[in-house]
Design a protein around this ligand. Structure first.
Ligand code: NI
Length: 148
């Protein structure tokens, strides 16, 4: 194998991160049914509001892997965008997460748990050779990342 063809296959064995941002808005309520109402208010404050409240969530999906020599891509971002929309935003957008999304029937829909759920959904659909990380912005200033 010539030096040139080695370069062509994988320039420096470098991994590259690609990102796709998607948006959804959804309602939720943080309420632990095993606590009293007073404990729930003390811990969750406004997020315990009985009639729910909404957030404009920004979802950032990071995929890390080697650049494929045939395409120059780590992953086709159109494919990734379609995947996120089909598996996550179509299911979460304009929904009440507690009531409408089965994953949260028994799981508090905190930003942390939403990020873990999104990761688990996408991880099954993305090639195992690629690393995946989820960042979820619940507000411009409050965001979580999984895996940490
Ligand atoms: Ni909230």
């Amino acid at each position: 194998m010539s030096f040139a063809s080695v370069l062509l296959l994988n320039p420096l064995n470098m991994k590259v991160a690609v990102y796709r941002r998607e948006h959804f808005n959804a309602a939720h309520r943080l309420h632990n049914p095993s606590w009293t109402d007073e404990e729930n208010v003390r811990v969750f404050g406004k997020c315990n509001n009985a009639n729910y409240h909404g957030h404009n969530y920004e979802l950032e999906v990071k995929v890390v892997g080697e650049v494929h020599p045939d395409t120059g891509y780590v992953v086709d971002l159109k494919w990734l965008s379609d995947l996120i929309q089909m598996e996550v935003t179509d299911r979460f957008d304009h929904k009440n997460l507690n009531l409408d999304v089965p994953e949260f029937h028994t799981l508090l829909p905190s930003a942390e748990n939403i990020a873990v759920v999104v990761y688990d959904i996408l991880r099954k659909k993305i090639d195992p050779s690629l690393d995946l990380k989820i960042r979820l912005y619940e507000t411009a200033r409050n965001y979580v990342e999984y895996p940490a």
